[in-house]
Design a protein around this ligand. Structure first.
Ligand SMILES: Nc1nc2c(c(=O)[nH]1)N[C@H]1C(S)=C(S)[C@@H](COP(=O)(O)OP(=O)(O)OC[C@H]3O[C@@H](n4cnc5c(=O)[nH]c(N)nc54)[C@H](O)[C@@H]3O)O[C@H]1N2
Ligand SMILES: Nc1nc2c(c(=O)[nH]1)N[C@H]1C(S)=C(S)[C@@H](COP(=O)(O)OP(=O)(O)OC[C@H]3O[C@@H](n4cnc5c(=O)[nH]c(N)nc54)[C@H](O)[C@@H]3O)O[C@H]1N2
Ligand code: SF4
Ligand SMILES: [Mo]
Length: 909
């Protein structure tokens, strides 16, 4: 049985010797592109698109193409377990075995003392299906709690409840081929040009081939996706239900509904129809701020299309009416029969690479494996039987935000976080961080160093990451692919499921020795086999799939029956509801949770940039990806900038009822007046304060419990930070960021950013010049101290540090006068100094006066001596480390004077 080109070949061993190519999947978005990872001598040499993978047919976006640059085996990774016995102590490295014992001890103790619901697991849509399966069993079948949820609560949870309420099961009914076949595509709350670029390219190609295709984009901002549309509906945030109801209204009035389909395959239409009567295009115009004629046009294109497809993501989901928005959009498909046929259907694009797998494995508080429901006694019983335990806990588990609230209130005492960075990505950071501080014990299972959440860990477990992990993921079109390890994990890092298994075995030994057999998996294929069995007889049934089949036949869609996957669901019009009919839900438009007010007059929305992934742990490591947008800013309409007296590039203080951030402002007329946009990516690892989510609102959808990350009311004003500094340092970005992190906290505004040219850039600002000592100490920490580096002019409050080695710029820090910044930055890219810079250094800067040389014999500057004193040197130590005062000795009194002066000055906070 040989088929040469298929996915039968997972490892292609070719000459030259030592070169291997492994077929795997990109670890970023839910498009789930197939990649080929080429390794040479055990290192990743190259990553390219896999032409055989049906999701992308060889294409990759900028992030996928840069994957090889993000593979690290050094200090940018968490290489070993770390522990601190008390919060007052620093973290120290410990053996992995010891760490696993500590984790099991603390879990067992907490459960014994406070009951199973005193522990919580906060996981991620970026885990593999096998990871979820083991964690889920550990939480529910061993620890005995339903407190297991994921960051998918911030992401896909409204899509889940939207599908379940209308279609009866959590299953996107369409497939990628529908992008080629649709006549009308309604893109709602999705910036797929940035967030699902390979699918967007496919849509572009489809419209180029079929110019009659109509694309409608509903998004408050004129994004790149909206710019591609035939019709952009710039609706006010949160008003989608009114828009969709009005479209239904128009289609009904114009006879564009499929009453045969409604009659045979749905229920509840009349109640919704009556409600939609009220949503005339004019009424919707008043709510949404979109011209009535555009709403009518959209309805006609949708209603008259041979095939109508909707693509939607966070603009619908991240809302206090997220479930209703999803339902209202799905209604349009049910009312026109645009589902279950080629080119048609309500297609929710998944955000994370395996949020779908998490939904299948029941890796959320509100789900059990195989699309079961923890609130149903029958489903709990079935799940218990499949896992081989007597029963499962009944108490409902806490969903993400409620879990952090429970931690903050002391109800959950031990929190285990894996593959997510909640101290950046959850809304209302002040509350989240207070909760993490209150927790008795926080386990953070992480792959990359320096994340915001690691600062709150008591125990760190070193995780393997892409491309070191093996298992499966499911993409947006229900297609399961094998993720294959191309290299071994570095240091002590282990795959996530292995860490969960190791702790589960130890926990079983402590609390229920008979349960150890529950976790006796030899490898990930055992885990998959057990998980796949939980889908037998369910809507998603892929119980016949195993690694061998995936190996032989390549990625497969679920449900997978009779040796075949199903491309489109509900072709027969039968839905997985008790009646077999899809449901119209009588939902009404509700406004966003936080209205704008005179005090908070701006509507802030947040979202993604093209080349960054979430909290940037991985994308910040690839130089190419840091070039598109180098630093965080807030964008606003030019009218608002005038209104709030903000010049382009000026630092603005944005505040909400929960917190504030300081960022430069940029004019953006793709926003309507009254709106502001912040990228979601930058947190306190990169900037002063608590990052973008200091501002955002934790108010959540009542059904999906998904927070309204897409809308909060904020104010904006000039930050009034007169003193500014800017710099750049050559070196490894991750290491430099770690070195600089403690300094960020000392300024009102501070950013430290990986930049395309390599190294890191920084910008600082304060109301007035900080103490010279603080700056000197910082310059010292950055290696910008010494006679050949300092060109300060203290009399004018200027600090200029420029380090050049063998004609190459190594770093600079300018304070007080930033005029040389641009010239220096252009030199930072490498090569010879650009015209003018030498002049600048020799003339203007050098002429402005270097740091005074105190020890003439050995050329030691005042700055260097002061920094030495700050490091704790006394005279003898200064002599031995810097050599000052060891020549003629006439400078010794002056050095002693400096020591005395420093002793009198307040140490930096
Ligand atoms: N480059 C990149 N790609 C990614 C990711 C990434 O971090 N970076 N993350 C992945 C993940 S996990 C996810 S969830 C997806 C998210 O993918 P998207 O949802 O496409 O991305 P966002 O930028 O979060 O939000 C989409 C749009 O919603 C709009 N919006 C805001 N409020 C409303 C509203 O009330 N109604 C409507 N109709 N629109 C509104 C915003 O203006 C924004 O343009 O991206 C995935 N892909
Ligand atoms: N303001 C605002 N906030 C948002 C959003 C928004 O639109 N606006 N979007 C929300 C959405 S949709 C999402 S999905 C979340 C995403 O938010 P997060 O999940 O917090 O973001 P990531 O940066 O992807 O975090 C993943 C973490 O896992 C680590 N990691 C990587 N690989 C592995 C691995 O294999 N194992 C382990 N154990 N760790 C690993 C990474 O280093 C990183 O720290 O953000 C949410 N927050
Ligand atoms: S579209 Fe998504 S899955 Fe495909 S290469 Fe880009 S980030 Fe990776
Ligand atoms: Mo997401």
């Amino acid at each position: 049985m040989d088929a040469p080109k298929a996915h039968r070949i997972d490892i292609v061993d070719e000459a030259p010797a030592g070169v291997r190519e492994v077929a795997s999947v990109c670890c970023y978005c839910g498009t789930g592109c197939g990649v080929l990872v080429e390794t040479r001598g055990g290192a990743v040499a190259r990553v390219r698109g896999d032409e055989r993978h049906p999701a992308n047919r060889g294409r990759l976006c900028s992030k996928g193409l840069a994957l090889a640059d993000t593979v690290r085996r050094d200090g940018a990774r968490v290489l070993s377990a770390q522990w601190r016995e008390t919060r007052a102590q620093p973290m120290r490295g410990i053996a992995l075995d010891r760490a696993l014992d500590i984790a099991a001890d603390r879990l067992a103790e907490t459960i014994a003392r406070h009951g199973p619901d005193a522990v919580g697991f906060y996981l991620s849509g970026q885990l593999l299906t096998e990871d979820y399966a083991v964690f889920n069993k550990l939480a529910r079948a061993l620890a005995g709690t339903n407190n297991i949820d994921t960051n998918s609560r911030l992401c896909m949870s409204s899509a889940v409840s939207g599908y379940k309420r209308t279609l009866g099961a959590d299953a996107p009914p369409a497939c990628y081929e529908d992008l080629d076949l649709a006549d009308t595509v309604l893109i709602a709350g999705s910036n797929m040009a940035y967030a699902h670029p390979v699918l967007f390219r496919r849509l572009e190609a489809a419209r180029a081939r079929r110019p009659g295709m109509k694309v409608i984009v509903a998004d408050p901002r004129r994004t790149d996706t909206a710019a591609f549309a035939d019709l952009h509906l710039p609706l006010a945030p949160g008003t989608d239900v009114a828009l969709f109801h009005a479209m239904l209204h128009v289609m009904d009035a114009e006879g564009l509904l499929d009453h045969g389909y409604i009659q045979c395959h749905t229920e509840g239409f009349e109640a919704l129809r009556a409600r939609a009567q009220r949503y005339t295009p004019q009424a919707a115009q008043a709510i949404c701020g979109v011209p009535a004629e555009d709403i009518i046009q959209a309805a006609r294109w949708f209603g008259r299309a041979g095939a109508a497809l909707s693509l939607y993501t966070m603009g619908l989901n991240q809302s206090t009416s997220g479930t209703d928005k999803n339902a209202a959009l799905i209604h349009l498909h049910l009312a026109t029969g645009q589902i279950g046929k080629p080119g048609a259907g309500p297609f929710s694009l998944t955000g994370q690479p395996n949020a779908m797998g998490g939904r299948e494995a029941g890796g959320m508080a509100t789900l059990l494996p195989g699309h079961r429901d923890p609130d149903s006694a029958a489903d709990r019983e079935e799940s218990a039987a499949l896992w081989g335990v007597d029963s499962l806990p009944r108490t409902p588990g806490a969903t993400a935000l409620d879990m952090f609230d429970a931690v903050g209130e002391g109800r959950i005492k031990l929190l285990w976080i894996a593959a997510t960075n909640p101290a950046q990505s959850l809304p209302d950071q002040a509350r989240v961080r207070a909760a993490l501080e209150r927790a008795e014990f926080v386990i953070v299972q992480e792959a990359f160093a320096g994340t915001e959440t690691l600062a709150y860990a008591d125990l760190v477990l070193p995780a393997a990451t892409w491309p070191e992990k093996s298992g499966t993921v499911t993409n947006s079109e229900r297609r399961i692919s094998r993720v294959r390890a191309a290299i071994d994990p570095p240091g002590d890092a282990q795959p996530d499921w292995r860490l969960a298994q190791a702790v589960a075995l130890r926990l079983a030994a402590r609390m229920a020795p008979d349960k150890a057999t529950l976790f006796a998996y030899r490898d990930e294929s055992d885990v998959f086999a057990e998980h796949a069995r939980t889908t037998a007889g369910r809507d998603l049934d892929y119980s016949a799939l195993d690694y061998a089949t995936l190996h032989a036949s390549g990625p497969q869609q679920w449900p997978y029956r009779d040796g075949q996957g199903v491309a489109r669901l509900y072709a027969d019009g039968v839905f997985p509801t008790p009646s077999g009919r899809a449901r119209f839900c009588d939902v009404d438009y509700r406004p966003v949770a936080e209205a704008v007010s005179p005090e908070f007059p701006l509507r802030l929305t947040t979202g993604r940039l093209r080349d960054h992934w979430h909290t940037m742990a991985r994308t910040s490591l690839a130089r190419a990806l840091t070039q598109h947008v180098e630093e965080p800013w807030v964008s606003m309409h030019p009218d608002d900038m005038r209104r709030f007296k903000l010049d382009p590039g000026a630092l603005a203080r944005l505040a909400s009822r929960r917190g504030s951030v300081v960022l430069p402002v940029q004019a953006d007329d793709s926003l309507r007046p009254g709106h502001a946009f912040l990228p979601m990516h930058w947190g306190s690892a990169y900037m002063a304060g608590q990052g973008v989510n200091a501002l955002t609102n934790p108010a959540a959808d009542p059904i999906s419990r998904q927070p309204e990350l897409k809308h909060s009311a904020v104010s904006a004003e000039p930050a009034g930070l007169a003193w500014q500094a800017a710099g750049w340092l050559q070196g490894d970005g991750a290491a430099l960021r770690a070195r600089l992190a403690p300094w960020l906290r000392r300024f009102d505004y501070a950013v430290v950013l990986p930049v395309g040219a390599g190294g890191v850039r920084m910008r600082l600002a304060a109301p007035a010049a900080p103490q010279a000592e603080l700056l000197d100490a910082m310059a010292d920490a950055l290696g910008l101290l010494g006679p050949d580096v300092a060109f300060d002019d203290p009399s004018r409050g200027l600090m200029r540090r420029v380090k050049v080695e063998q004609g190459a710029l190594q770093g600079f820090l300018l304070a007080g006068d930033l005029r040389a910044q641009e010239a220096l930055l252009s030199w930072a890219g490498g090569g010879a100094a650009p015209a003018g810079v030498a002049q600048l250094l020799m003339g203007r800067i050098a002429g402005a006066g270097r740091s005074r040389t105190v020890c003439v014999c050995n050329g030691v500057s005042e700055t260097a001596i002061l920094a030495g004193i700050d490091r704790g040197c006394d005279l003898a130590a200064l002599k031995s480390t810097l050599g000052c005062g060891t020549g003629c000795g006439s400078c010794v009194p002056e050095i002693q004077g400096l020591i005395l002066r420093r002793a009198g000055a307040a140490a930096p906070a």
